[in-house]
Structure formats: C-alpha cells, structure tokens
Design a binder for this molecule. Structure first.
Ligand code: CIR
Length: 256
C-alpha cells in the first residue's frame, strides 16, 4: 500500500519540455493544470496523502517528478538524470524527500553514472532497471549496489525503442503487468501474467496501481477494458497535454 505521493505542479515553461513527438503540438498550459488537478484528485481518492510541490520555471520537465528520485520501502535514491536540461531537478526533489527520509536513508547516483526513475519498475522488493538513452551502465551499477546495501534486489533490462522502461511496461501488483511493444516477448517478464496492449494504444501501457485501483489514461478503451477485465477498479485521468511531452501517469508522481 502507498501512503504518500509527491507531485510537482507543471510550470509555464513546460511548453518547451523535451519531446520526441513535436507533431502532437505544444501542450496547452491551462489544460495541463486542469489535468494535473484531476490527477491529484484521483490519487486522493485512492487514499494517499498528496504533497504538491510548487512549479519550478527553471526546469520545463519538472512536473515529471518520477525521474529525479526513486523511492523504495527502505530508502530513497536521488538519481542523476541523463537529460542535461533535467539534471538540476535532482537538487530540487531532495528537499521534498528529506521530509520523509532521514539523511542515512537517502542515497545518490553520481556522475559518470546517470539514471532516471522512469527506467525503474518496482515489483515488490525487486527493481527492474532499463538501460536507456537516459540511464547508463554505471548508473545501473550504482543503483544495484544501493539496493543490495538496503536488502533489496534489482536487475537490468535492455531497451531498444522506448524512452523509459515504464513507457512500455508497468506492474499492477498481484503478479500482473501491462506490456506493449518490445516488452511483450521479453524473457525476464515471462513469469508474470502479462496484459498485452495493442500497438494503437501503446501510450496507455503507462498506468499506475494505487492501493488496489488502477489509474488509466483517458481515451484508450482497449486498455481500460483489459484492466477492468483483470479485476481492477479503474479511474480515468486525461493526460493529453503530458503525452505531448512523452509523459504519462507514472512520470507525474512518486508513490511510496
Ligand atoms: C522527458 O523527456 O524527460 C520528459 N519530456 C518526459 C519524461 C517522462 N517521464 C517518465 O517517463 N518517467
């Protein structure tokens, strides 16, 4: 169960955020704020305490708080984001993390290691880490050593196409996971019950389990139906403006 969630309000500069799909257009800031409100409301409905951090205009992508930190049951890990324009976000998230963890339970990924939280998927006390354009071998080495120090385990997953590991695979607890594209056939996930996402709805592989409920992006009927069929109550949240920046539901929060 999760007790806490940290989010950061999107900033006006989000329209200059990193994107691999400029053809979708720039995000509408006012609409993004409304969607953020709805996201927070959905999280609260799942019974978590939501800490809302102020917008930070220096970092266009700073609403995607999942990337500068990874929070586990035992410790918090401040990452070293591989995207240059996002690297400084780590120095801003640490203040929020300190409200929940004493200094001896806060670890740091350091250069030349890079790692972003979007590449980390928690399955109980095991953490899958994607090696991506943002997360390098040294970052993974440090991350696995930190996990071991705290009695947790981890393993590397190689990515071919997606931005982050959780762009294409998300664990829904109870042995079930949503998988799309390159993750459908990955041997490391063969032992889970995999709910396969059709290619046309691949974006919606990024759903989040919060205390028994699954929050699903609005507008992906096949994914919504599959999650309901797997037995989960569903809450829908529109993330259209975040999609324009390659961001999804998981990227917008730290859940612990
Ligand atoms: C970026 O490229 O860093 C942002 N525009 C999107 C980050 C999405 N975060 C995530 O998948 N965890």
């Amino acid at each position: 169960m999760f007790q806490n969630v940290i989010v950061r309000r999107p900033c006006r500069a989000m329209v200059e955020g990193i994107t691999s799909c400029p053809e979708l257009g720039k995000p509408d800031y006012e609409l993004a704020l409304q969607q953020h409100d709805a996201y927070i409301a959905a999280l609260r409905q799942c019974g978590v305490q939501v800490t809302v951090l102020e917008a930070d205009e220096r970092y266009p992508d700073s609403c995607f708080v999942e990337d500068p930190a990874v929070i586990t049951r035992k410790c918090a890990i401040i990452t070293n984001p591989g995207a240059a324009s996002r690297n400084g976000e780590k120095d801003e998230i640490v203040g929020a993390v300190r409200k929940f963890f004493p200094e001896d339970k806060i670890e740091y990924i350091t250069a030349p290691g890079t790692l972003e939280g979007g590449d980390v998927m928690m399955v109980g006390d095991h953490f899958y880490v994607g090696r991506s354009a943002r997360t390098n071998a040294e970052g993974i080495r440090q991350f696995l050593a930190i996990l071991e120090k705290h009695g947790l385990t981890g393993s590397e997953v190689t990515l071919e196409k997606v931005l982050h590991l959780k762009t294409g695979v998300n664990y829904l607890e109870n042995g079930k996971m949503l998988v799309s594209g390159e993750f459908v056939a990955k041997p490391e996930f063969a032992r889970y019950e995999r709910i396969e996402i059709p290619e046309a709805e691949a974006y919606a592989a990024n759903c989040i389990w919060v205390n028994g409920t699954v929050i699903v992006p609005m507008g992906y009927p096949a994914v919504e139906a599959a999650v309901r069929a797997a037995g989960y109550p569903v809450l829908l949240v529109d993330t259209s403006e975040y999609r324009k920046l390659d961001g999804g539901l998981s990227c917008l929060s730290l859940r612990f």
